[in-house]
Design a protein around this ligand. Structure first.
Ligand SMILES: [Zn+2]
Length: 453
């Protein structure tokens, strides 16, 4: 039930970035045993902030291929935000994980990937190190990853996880509270950091004209920042489908600032981000053994713009129009090519690992991919494994880490050897769009609100 409180925490439906209109369904075939929820939750299965730091230091100490830096600290706990750089090639890849604290698998997968890249001697590893410089922020939201609250879900001081950071808004932070990002009525308020990046380079909250704000609640000081396209100092080489962009981010949290600085410093050609999705099914995947569809193990998403609008089989989330026009046509094409790499890789494994779906795309202007990719002409990809940490706990951890490691390694290998450019970008649209399914742990309609990147 507590998740419903999070969803209602001052965020509107459009603010959540809900996609799809299909009703939740309950005729799927669960992809693994669903333990009762209380038993599925076991945060001890994941690395806490201190353990993650220890692992990263250990890897860096054993290998001169790895550079480890602290690029900031979290707003509440003051825990380190780490950046790891590996490889010395000409192409730059930037990666962030766990910007939502209850989506830990990307950080766990990175530890495994870094171990391989630090000490491996396989030809693929050598090729990656020669061709790429990979900059990784393994855990962008340490406060959400190690959240301690008094919401009745655990004893104070107990390690658990939540989506938001723990920055409390203060008058002077911004002209209005970013209603798309800030969850104010939690036991500990905080920001959804993946709604908080600014598409305007060097943006300082408060410098924007008051007229950009669409004030939702004057008394509460809540509003949405809608920025005229003319005021955004980026090329729009792919047409102009909008006069303004909606629900932009303000870049006022230390976590988004650290990630933004890391991104601009890396000047990436490619940007990857890892999340978790809610429970979803692969439509029409029923086979001879059952008339029920499989659960999706991972959804991928590519950002793209107006160039692909109107082509056969191309769709956007219904509320967004025509994607991100600030991405160059070349970056859009490369994004779609990236999106095709994961299903190609998991084809090798079959079974449960071969249930890759697509996330219907629409720009979230305060998100890492939509706000930052246009600033360096980076192509982007989002990988989302199934279920938040509190839905599945440690039982599914190994499978989720494996599919994440394979997704990232396939991506690095194919960028390194150049073969990503040979992928037919239109094949991306052949992937089925995941369908929301009912969560067996929750009698409410909660499942419909969990497809949140
Ligand atoms: Zn997420």
């Amino acid at each position: 039930m507590y998740r419903r409180r999070f969803i209602e925490a001052g965020l509107t439906a459009s603010g959540l970035g809900l996609v799809g209109t299909a009703s939740a369904r309950d005729d799927y075939r669960p992809g693994g045993p669903w333990a009762p929820n209380e038993r599925a939750v076991n945060y001890d299965g994941y690395l806490d902030n201190e353990q993650l730091g220890e692992r990263l230091r250990g890897i860096a100490e054993r290998s001169d291929r790895i550079e480890l830096d602290q690029i900031g600290e979290s707003a509440g706990r003051g825990n380190p935000i780490w950046e790891v750089t590996v490889g010395d090639g000409d192409e730059s890849v930037h990666v962030i994980n766990q910007i939502h604290g209850d989506e830990p698998t990307g950080a766990e997968a990175m530890v495994e990937i870094l171990r391989r890249l630090a000490t491996g001697s396989a030809p693929e590893v050598e090729a990656i190190l020669d061709a790429l410089t990979i900059t990784i922020v393994p855990r962008a939201n340490p406060d959400g990853a190690n959240f301690v609250g008094d919401d009745g879900l655990g004893t104070d001081g107990e390690f658990r996880q939540r989506r938001y950071n723990t920055t409390e808004w203060d008058a002077g932070d911004s002209r209005y509270i970013n209603a798309n990002s800030y969850a104010y009525n939690l036991d500990v308020p905080g920001y959804d950091l993946n709604r908080g990046f600014s598409i305007i380079p060097g943006f300082t909250p408060g410098d924007e004209p008051a007229a950009w704000w669409d004030v939702e609640d004057e008394e509460a000081g809540l509003g949405y920042l809608n920025v005229p396209v003319d005021e955004i100092p980026l090329e729009s080489e792919d047409g102009r489908p909008y006069e303004e962009i909606w629900s932009a981010g303000l870049n006022l949290n230390p976590e988004t600032r650290a990630v933004t600085d890391s991104f601009l410093e890396a000047d990436p050609d490619w940007a990857l981000t890892h999340h978790h999705q809610g429970p979803t099914a692969v439509p029409d995947s029923a086979d001879g053994h059952s008339d029920r569809d499989w659960q999706s193990i991972m959804s991928v998403m590519a950002p793209y713009g107006p160039t692909y609008a109107g082509l056969d089989g191309v769709d956007y989330a219904p509320w967004v129009g025509q994607g991100n026009p600030f991405m160059s046509v070349d970056a859009q094409t490369r994004s779609l090519q990236l999106g095709g790499l994961v299903p190609e890789r998991t084809d090798r494994f079959g079974g449960r690992l071969d249930t890759i779906t697509r996330y219907a795309y629409g720009p979230l202007w305060g998100s890492y991919l939509d706000a930052l990719c246009p600033q360096t002409d980076a192509a982007g990809a989002l990988y989302e494994v199934s279920h938040q940490s509190d839905d599945r706990g440690h039982k599914a951890r190994g499978t989720m880490v494996k599919v994440s490691v394979e997704a990232f390694m396939a991506t690095f290998e194919r960028i390194a050897d150049g073969s990503v450019h040979e992928v037919d970008e239109r094949a991306y649209f052949d992937m089925p769009i995941a369908e929301d399914i009912d969560d067996p742990h929750d009698g409410s309609d909660r499942g419909r609100g969990t497809r949140l990147r």
